[in-house]
Design a binder for this molecule. Structure first.
Ligand code: PMP
Length: 796
């Protein structure tokens, strides 16, 4: 705690006298300045407002404080930094008691990044992206006090800070034992003393970083994105505090500092760095030189930190804090210096695909258009059969993780995009795509590793005997091929489909999609397509029956018998494992197994359409069919496989594949090309590395519980159903008659959009709110979704 002699009473007095506000005051921590949280007294008409009053240490030069105020003024339109509040005389800074400079800033709501329960790769990317936004906003800002050459935390002068402190590191040698204990193998293999570690960092800094500094992009940077300066709100990185370390420096220093803090305590320090850097790069592209300096800059920042603590520990041996606080930095340094710098840079740059444009979301093909201009051009040159989401359509220019950003930088929580499965613009996926595109993209008639690796990885997720892959470009292509496979194998044409099902946009698939042929513009089922009743626990015809599966399955048998009587046979049964377009319909237990049994007994095959919910979305299993304990003969997949890149596949048995191989080649120009295959491999890697299936399970359960709570309070919510991150809310105006609340569903989704939360309406009765977000969706996102739904429903 600092020694400035001010109490909460003084703060209240200053607030009244200089700002004319009646407040309560609470002391806040501050090493150098004296800070108080001021809260205005509740008033009948006004909600309490909070401010931070700062009484500066007289040792801080006035121009440094003015520098901060000027920067915050420059950032006045930037959400997420404090804003300076002038006093009654209009002054942003004034002298108090002839000696102390005082100012007041707005208080930012949120929780500290340091208190975040988990630090996922996704949140580290959000952090990097946020810092890039700050830097973009500060890009043109200049101030006479911005050059702080003698400042200890000026990383461009790390050598000058570390050098004189080297002797204090020598004194601390015995602690190396502790390092070896904590990081075991790494310290044991490198066997470096503390001094050696820091000297090595210093040598790299002097030889590699120093000469490159002058050619980098310099600007004013925040320079201290540590866990206690970053704020989260609803699990989003929303705020940045403490501009006291700001200076003019290469902007890559900003990234290095954010990464140096983010990696503390992480097992995989390089991965943590790569994620922060990738987030920054996704908003403001870093050059190859900047990226190549990051490893050394991060090491240098950690070395400055430990050198300063060691010196303090020497001068204040009774204060154990200095040693304790330095421990994570020492551990990180030990890990980093045991890594080959080139390998580290390779890992970092592998997450930073090169970009054409360095500005946030700038159009890559010319000037950005106003939303209205885009609408007009769509009307002129695109088919009106293509709709737009929302009454007030969104102009989205950038995506990261579970967020989409419009042209003004407003973040929307994406609760519906099951295509960008591992998160929008995931840097690992984008880098895989770009990296392979640089080398080669061609058809699959040449030998290439990617396609066979992908086939191997994909079939490893499947039960035997599903082992033969066909790579295609869309879910529709996959399902069309599945029909061909089924027909080739069985010699039959007739299909069994479920009411409300959708399988694609090709002629063959509109034919087997009741969602289309029974909907607007549809012509009903063709003679070879047979609809089975939707086995819905909530709305299905046997919902009140004691043994619904037996009833549904008996009905299916009746259909099969009719086909047989007509002298034809069943080629296949196709369905999803939860019917998406049909309204997120969950089958009664045993339904799929019963139907598969009947179909196979009739000589047909079973196709699992995993296009919407495959790749771990249910949380419990990687594939939806696994949650029903069945093994299909043909599995189709698409949407999430390429995380937005057109990549889809069919996996089948060797027997069916052999029947299809009748001499006519199956060639698909783009399917399985090296770029698409690289993307598919990256998606599979990320699902595994970031534990996304498990995330879907936990977050999905948490979300469903929250929605079920809402159901208790709002009769409008008839049903909440689904698995993992594939959920649906069915709205009804009457729980007894199940009258669909279509208008309310539409309104709910529109109102949520106004609250920056994206959902969609689905189901044949247009009364299902669909929830199927990118799999990086967090509990905070889920809580926010439930809270906002509550607010909107409360207003109905
Ligand atoms: N099957 C299902 C279950 C789908 O939801 C979709 C797309 N909504 C498709 C197939 C068709 O996929 P695509 O749009 O990639 O052709």
């Amino acid at each position: 705690m600092n020694h400035l002699p001010f109490t909460e009473k003084d703060a209240i007095q200053i607030a009244i006298e200089y700002y004319g506000i009646d407040v309560e005051a609470k002391s806040l921590p501050g090493e150098i300045d004296r800070n108080f949280l001021l809260t205005t007294k509740p008033d009948r008409s006004l909600r309490p407002v909070r401010f931070v009053l700062k009484i500066h240490n007289p040792q801080t030069p006035r121009e440094e404080i003015e520098f901060q105020n000027a920067a915050l003024r420059h950032l006045k339109d930037f959400d997420g930094v404090p804003h300076v509040i002038p006093n009654k005389d209009g002054d942003e800074l004034f002298l108090y008691e002839g000696k102390y400079l005082v100012r007041m800033v707005s208080y930012l709501e949120g929780t500290l990044f340091a208190d975040a329960p988990v630090r996922t790769p996704n949140i580290l990317r959000q952090l990097g992206a946020f810092m890039a936004q700050v830097d973009l906003a500060l890009k043109d800002f200049e101030h006479p006090a911005m050059r702080r050459d003698a400042f200890m935390w000026n990383l461009t002068r790390a050598d000058e800070v570390i050098n004189p402190r080297l002797p204090s590191l020598r004194g601390g040698l015995q602690s190396d034992v502790a390092i070896s204990e904590t990081v075991g193998e790494i310290a044991a293999t490198v066997e470096l003393s503390r001094n050696d570690v820091v000297e090595k960092v210093l040598e790299h800094f002097t030889r590699r970083v120093k000469p490159a500094l002058q050619d980098l992009r310099w600007q004013v940077i925040h320079n201290d994105a540590n866990d206690y300066n970053i704020l989260l709100y609803d699990g989003m990185v929303t705020g940045l505090l403490d501009f006291g370390d700001m200076l003019y420096a290469p902007r890559v220093v900003e990234v290095a500092i954010a990464a140096a803090y983010a990696l503390l305590g992480e097992d995989d320090v390089l991965n943590a760095i790569a994620n922060v850097v990738a987030g920054y790069h996704s908003v403001s592209a870093l050059s190859a030189t900047e990226i190549s300096l990051l490893y050394d800059l991060i090491c240098a920042r950690l070395a400055v930190s430990v050198a300063v603590s060691s010196e303090r520990a020497e001068s204040e041996p009774e204060n154990e804090y200095h040693q304790i606080s330095a421990k994570p930095a020492w551990e990180a340094l030990a890990k980093l210096t045991a890594t080959n710098p080139e390998d580290a840079t390779q890992i970092i740059s592998s997450m930073c695909p090169s970009r054409l444009s360095s500005q946030t979301g700038a159009s890559q093909n010319g000037e950005r258009l106003a939303p209205q201009a885009i609408i007009q051009k769509r009307e002129r040159n695109l088919s009106k059969a293509l709709s737009l989401s929302y009454e007030n359509p969104l102009h989205i220019v950038r995506g990261l993780g579970q967020f989409l950003y419009d042209e003004n930088g407003t973040a929307y929580l994406d609760c519906v995009n099951n295509v960008c499965h591992v998160g929008h613009s995931h840097p690992r996926v984008v880098a895989a795509l770009a990296g392979q595109a640089v080398a080669l993209n061609t058809n699959t008639r040449y030998l290439h590793e990617n396609i066979v690796r992908l086939a191997e990885r994909l079939t490893a997720t499947m039960p035997a005997p599903l082992s033969v892959c066909f790579f295609v470009n869309s879910g529709s292509e996959a399902n069309d091929l599945a029909l061909r496979l089924a027909r080739a194998y069985t010699g039959q044409k007739d299909m069994l489909v479920l009411e409300g099902g959708y399988h694609g946009n090709l002629t063959s698939l509109v034919d087997i999609s009741p969602y289309k042929f029974d909907g607007k513009g549809g012509a009903g089922a063709p003679s070879w397509v047979h609809k089975l009743t939707l086995p819905c626990d909530y709305r299905g015809i046997y919902r009140d029956d004691d043994a619904p599966v037996a009833r549904y399955s008996a009905d299916a048998q009746a259909v099969i018998d009719e086909v047989d009587t007509a002298g034809r046979g069943i080629a296949a049964y196709i369905s999803e494992s939860i019917i998406g377009t049909g309204g997120q319909v969950v089958f009664p237990d045993g339904f799929l197994a019963a139907i598969y049994g009947r179909v196979r007994a009739a000589g047909g095959v079973c196709i699992a359409d995993e296009v919407q919910h495959g790749f771990g979305r249910f949380g419990t299993d990687f594939w939806g069919f696994q949650s029903h304990g069945v093994t299909p003969d043909i599995v189709t997949m698409g949407k999430p496989f390429g995380n937005g890149h057109p990549l889809a596949a069919v996996v089948t048995t060797p027997e069916i594949a052999a029947a299809f191989n009748n001499g006519m080649e199956y060639f698909n120009t783009f399917g399985g090309n090296p770029v698409s295959s690289a993307v598919g491999l990256a998606v599979l890697d990320v699902i595994e590395q970031e534990g996304l299936q498990k995330n879907a399970l936990h977050v999905g359960r948490f979300l469903k519980e929250g929605l079920l709570e809402l159901r208790k309070r709002y009769p409008l919510i008839g049903d909440v159903r689904g698995e993992g991150l594939f959920l649906g809310i069915e709205l009804v105006t009457d729980r007894a008659t199940l009258e669909p609340a279509s208008a309310e569903t539409h309104r709910l989704v529109e109102e949520m959009r106004m609250r920056q939360i994206l959902l969609s309406v689905d189901g044949p009765l247009h009364n299902i709110v669909k929830i199927k977000p990118p799999m990086v969706f967090t509990k905070d996102d889920a809580a926010r979704l439930v809270r906002e739904l509550d607010l909107v429903l409360g207003g109905f």
